[in-house]
Design a binder for this molecule. Sequence first.
Ligand code: FES
Length: 159
Amino acid sequence: MNETGILSEHETAEILAAAEHYPDKSAASIEALKIVQKHRGWVPDDALKSVAGLLEMSPDELDSVATFYNLIFRKPVGKNVVLCCDSVSCWILGADRIRERLSERLGIGLGETTADGRYTLLPIVCLGACDRAPVLMVGEELWENMDESKIDELLKRHG
Ligand code: FES
């Protein structure tokens, strides 16, 4: 079987181009997983196996990388993934309260996706912006010094 069969030509070309920059192709693991995620929104098992083939790694090795790097989604997610920092600075400054309000507004708990596929709520460890806690991330965008009044704005912007 062609180990790249599950990947599109675009995905394969982008992954091979990324891997070219490294003497050891496995160094492009995260980049390659991000490429798949960019095209599909998440990284299904079949795609992960194909990427592992391209990078000359075992699927288990690549899966460990994907699991470690928590911005790679291994299950289907909504159009907007709201990552809720649950590390200590954010927790002290009320991250739980923000997350609870978001859950109420969206009708979902952590790890769940709204029925219309618009939002997924996921926990994440420190986003490196502790001085601006509590912090959420949606796509590439950090929402800093979150308070309940900003939730409307967040939902309107990503609605
Ligand atoms: Fe939330 Fe660091 S603890 S950004």
